[in-house]
Ligand binder design. Structure first.
Ligand code: SIN
Length: 278
């Protein structure tokens, strides 16, 4: 099988054509897909009307999946549905701050596989930032300053999380992750910080804020960003170890928007941070 590979932007992303991922893939083809994933950090497969079983089966080629234990023995516990209904509140969008998936866990996400199930006529795009480029474009002085620092990643309890049973008043302990992570497969260094991080381990919020804000805002400069304009039956696969992303809530609430995601487990990176904000 010959894969057709087309870059999506200068910063990141590649579309892979000439393949039907609903069918089982031989190891050689998957190895080519995986190499393209490490090189371009986002893969786009257009026109893939996957069933949930096919979505899970393709995702498993990348590794072990997170499953929502709260859903007991339900089918497809690995699929997280992100749906906004007609007339939903435009202020309530899942994933509207810059983040890397499951950054609030000691073992954060390696990859996410997100499928466009129902897509508004216009808008509702997803933005991605290349954290390798963000790190590599820092001055040597800044690289030296941030080496060895840990940022505190909280579990942000949104209204949707609260409706799903999470306790707004009793969030889990946050997790400290290195600000600079070494990608376990490529060996390249990438920034690991997001909009929800408010302080650095061992520093006060006031002391931490200017540095944290500088870093994530530096990372989302247009030259490091790809904006994905969704079509129904797109499947995007991205590498959370070197990217941040956010959803954009700019669509008409006369439309439903539904995406469905699986998450591949990464490797341990941080530790539970029990200290109070300094
Ligand atoms: C998310 O951050 O998981 C949401 C992505 C999207 O639906 O665009």
């Amino acid at each position: 099988m010959t894969l057709q590979i087309r870059r999506l932007s200068h910063a990141l992303g590649a579309e892979i054509g000439g393949i039907d991922i609903r069918k089982p893939l031989d190891d050689k083809t998957f190895s080519e897909i995986h190499t393209t994933f490490l090189e371009h950090h986002i893969l786009l497969f257009r026109g893939q009307p996957l069933t949930r079983a096919q979505h899970v089966a393709f995702s498993r080629r990348f590794g072990e999946l997170y499953a929502d234990e709260a859903r007991g023995k339900m089918e497809f516990r690995e699929i997280y549905v992100n749906r906004t209904e007609v007339n939903s509140n435009p202020a309530e969008i899942v994933g509207e701050s810059w983040h890397s998936d499951l950054h609030h866990k000691v073992v954060p996400a390696m990859a996410s596989l997100l499928r466009g199930v129902e897509i508004p006529e216009v808008g509702g795009d997803t933005l991605f930032a290349n954290m390798y480029l963000a790190y590599e474009s820092l001055s040597d002085g800044m690289k030296k300053l941030i080496e060895g620092l840990y940022a505190i990643h909280p579990r942000l309890i949104t209204a949707k999380n609260a409706r799903a049973g999470e306790d707004l008043n009793n969030p889990p302990s946050p997790v400290a992750h290195p600000l600079v992570r070494v990608h376990p497969e490529t060996g390249r260094k990438a920034l690991y910080v997001g909009e929800e991080c408010k302080y650095l381990a061992g520093m006060t919020e006031n002391e931490s804020k200017p540095l944290i804000q500088f870093l994530w805002q530096h990372a989302i400069r247009p030259q490091f960003v790809y904006r994905h304009v969704w079509r129904k039956d797109d499947l995007l696969v991205w590498d959370n170890r070197c990217l941040m992303h956010r959803a954009v809530g700019d669509y008409d609430r006369a439309y439903v928007r539904q995406t469905e995601r699986t998450i591949v487990r990464g490797t341990p990176s941080g530790y539970v941070y029990d200290g109070p904000p300094q």
